[in-house]
Design a protein around this ligand. Structure first.
Ligand SMILES: [Zn+2]
Length: 305
């Protein structure tokens, strides 16, 4: 059994009520650590990485709003690449979640909320959806992200790329993309492209319009989006009318069932993973606070003239 097969099995057993369900991370030391890309949703904070049963020190956590990967050379892709190359991640997982607010937000709502933050429509790119990578299906978003990661020249063919969807209410994981299968049957098309391009990213840049299946990569040049955004800004900064801020959307209810599942799985995992030595307790020391700045000469009473 391989790492994510064990993760899914333990998760499903825990969801079904098995109190002994859990990962034995020491059995999969060669597949750890993993690098995971998740959404920024705060409800994930207490669930990751517990819900996977992976120890915290073996979980390299990358986050962005909506766990979106926009292109094979994007900033997120570069971080994933460095997670493998510098931090030694052995496997990559894109983990989406149900009830994702990025998915639920319509273009009209997004523009309205940006407007409430003082960002006017003309300051934004024409295709706001594409610019932010908005999506209408959490599943499709994970599958698309995995395709882009798998196809990226920044991720070597040795790294399995998995796609999962976490049910934020129950804690159940759905394995949407089995990275081991995709790894074994990986299309040689991209490899040919990489080889013919001399295996350098610079030479791949003109090929970024290359489509895999239905997918198109909108970015054609590294940093193009940022440059365009900067151009818009420099052209369009003008009379900004900032409307009063509206109250943010109310915080969503936590998911107690998912929390229970996560706690149960990680309990078992912790029994099967070496614990770091406990640092001796130290009394909390307040950081030094700089003294108040004395103004000389003192301002005259009534303020400046
Ligand atoms: Zn989300």
């Amino acid at each position: 059994m391989r790492l994510f097969e064990a993760i899914i099995e333990a998760n499903h057993r825990a969801v079904a009520g098995d109190p002994d369900a859990g990962l034995h991370p020491a059995d999969f030391a060669d597949s750890l650590p993993i690098a995971a890309l998740t959404c920024i949703d705060v409800r994930l904070n207490p669930l990751m990485p517990s819900v996977l049963g992976v120890p915290e020190d073996q979980f390299i956590w990358l986050r962005n709003a909506g766990n979106i990967v926009t292109s094979p050379l994007s900033s997120t892709m570069r971080s994933l690449s460095l997670a493998c190359a510098v931090k030694g991640a052995e496997e990559v997982a894109v983990i989406g979640h149900t009830d994702c607010q990025v998915c639920k937000t319509t273009t009209t709502q997004l523009l309205e909320r940006l407007k409430n933050l003082g960002i006017q429509r003309q300051m934004l790119p024409d295709n706001v959806n594409e610019f932010f990578g908005m999506f209408g299906s959490e599943r499709q978003n994970v599958i698309k992200a995995c395709e882009i990661v798998r196809a990226s020249p920044l991720i070597g063919p040795k790294i399995p790329v998995h796609g999962l969807l976490l049910d934020i209410q129950t804690g159940k994981l759905e394995w949407l993309v089995n990275g081991y299968e995709a790894w074994a049957t990986m299309s040689s098309k991209w490899n040919d492209v990489v080889r013919s391009a001399g295996e350098t990213v610079d030479k791949l840049k003109p090929l970024m319009d290359f489509s895999i299946g239905e997918m198109k990569f909108p970015e054609t040049k590294i940093g193009e989006t940022v440059t365009q955004a900067t151009d818009w800004l420099s052209q369009k900064v003008g009379s900004l009318q900032v409307p009063p801020a509206e109250a943010p959307p109310t915080e969503l209810a936590p998911a107690p069932k998912a929390m229970n599942i996560a706690a149960r799985i990680v309990d078992v995992a912790q029994q099967h993973w070496p614990k770091p030595p406990i640092a001796p307790a130290r009394p909390f020391q307040k950081p030094p606070i700089p003294p108040p700045i004395r103004v000389r000469p003192p301002f005259p009473k009534g303020g400046k003239k």
